[in-house]
Design a protein around this ligand. Structure first.
Ligand SMILES: Cc1ncc(COP(=O)(O)O)c(C=O)c1O
Length: 386
């Protein structure tokens, strides 16, 4: 049986043509297409600089290194997130505090950040990481404004939010504009809004961060401008470069981003429309933010008591019917590796969120027929319990 997944990439002939053409270029890495892609991304975000690299995780690593994150520096991040940020900060020896999320958004809020600071009596913060779960942006400006007091770097793990925007004083800003952050980080993994196969982006307005990111991306090398065979290493860096072949795909995909996001928003609105009479059983998370979101995910929040089945049963049931659902995310404090450092009892809201939320299909290639079928299965299940 062909499974219909909660997410999927979309590649058409124009992408294939672009990649084929790039393969015939004289240079296939560190060439013009990398610079062109970075320029086009910055034009899209309206930011000063973009740096591309070979995954969202390497983009986060570069961002943490550019912020000069060191051993024992304090980092605050959401308890519900993909594991990349926690793994990286842990490897870098940072002192990590997980912030409880709001069950209504699955994200940290201004209030939950303040609660965390108060509870642990935190005086000095190096980095706060925000994450816009599913692409729905919450409290970013308020959290950013805390910088006045604590002087931290605000790094947005915006891996879900390529194509999302937010309002500030009646003006629309793109996530990635970095009007209210130091760096925004994106993933170009196939399930994200657009893809380069694997890939990542860091957007920033700060020249000093941009210079560091570029040097760190390629071994910390600075080339001698007069003697091309000579170079210095000014920081221990990495090879996180993205090839011209990937960038050719990225350039082609970027042309279609508005079309992709439009379709995702349309699908998300369909879920709202179809489920509005079933609110005793299910609600669409962040439904008031759909029209400003990339809609990377459609997360349904269930009342499993009323539904009279468990979350595991629901996911297994849909699998048998041909739908591959997912949970985003298992809280970090539940992983055996990180359990000891995090006290379970402090994450009441995240537990509530985790128990009730499941991600349903949303992507550009999802057909009306598939969506209708998925909704019919769900409605039938809810009617049965009446
Ligand atoms: C929120 C979040 N952060 C970071 C990452 C890591 O991105 P990548 O898979 O491109 O390394 C992902 C990818 O799934 C993600 O969803």
């Amino acid at each position: 049986m062909k499974l219909i997944s909660y997410g999927k990439h979309s590649i058409d002939q124009s992408d294939i043509n672009a990649v084929s053409k790039a393969l015939k270029n004289k240079v296939i890495t560190s060439g013009d297409l990398v610079e062109k892609y970075e320029k086009n991304l910055s034009n899209y975000f309206k930011s000063n600089y973009s740096v591309v690299c070979n995954s969202g995780t390497s983009a986060l690593h570069l961002a943490f290194k550019a912020a000069d994150l060191k051993k024992n520096d304090v980092v605050l991040m959401p308890s519900i997130n993909f594991i990349s940020s926690y793994n990286l900060c842990s490897t870098l020896g940072a002192k990590i505090y997980l912030i409880d999320v709001e069950p209504t958004t699955g994200q940290i809020s201004y209030k939950s950040v303040l609660n965390c600071i108060k509870k642990y009596k935190i005086k000095k913060i190096k980095i706060i990481i925000t994450m816009y779960l599913g692409g729905y942006v919450s409290d970013n400006v308020k959290i950013f404004n805390l910088r006045k007091k604590f002087k931290f770097f605000m790094i947005e793990d915006a891996c879900h939010a390529l194509g999302s925007d937010y309002l500030y004083k009646d003006k629309k800003y793109k996530i990635g504009s970095c009007k209210h952050s130091d760096m925004s980080v994106f993933s170009l993994h196939p399930l994200k809004t657009i893809t380069t196969g694997e890939g990542g982006i860091i957007s920033t307005n700060k020249k000093i961060l941009y210079d560091r990111l570029k040097i760190l991306r390629s071994h910390g090398i600075i080339r001698n401008k007069k003697k091309h065979w000579d170079y210095q290493i000014i920081k221990p860096g990495f090879n996180y470069r993205l090839s011209d072949i990937n960038c050719a795909l990225g350039l082609s995909q970027l042309k279609k981003i508005n079309k992709f996001v439009y379709k995702r928003r349309k699908i998300a609105n369909e879920y709202v429309k179809n489920l509005k009479f079933y609110t005793n059983y299910v609600n669409v998370l962040n439904k008031d933010k759909i029209n400003s979101s990339s809609c990377h995910l459609v997360i349904l929040k269930f009342n499993f008591n009323n539904l009279k089945i468990s979350k595991d049963q629901l996911i297994s049931f849909f699998l048998k019917k041909g739908f591959f659902l997912q949970q985003h995310y298992k809280p970090i404090y539940l992983f055996d590796l990180y359990k000891k450092k995090n006290e379970l009892k402090f994450f009441k809201q995240s537990n509530l969120y985790f128990k009730s939320c499941v991600s349903f299909p949303v992507h550009f290639e999802l057909t009306k027929f598939q969506l209708t079928k998925c909704l019919q299965i769900l409605k039938k299940l809810m009617k049965k319990t009446n």
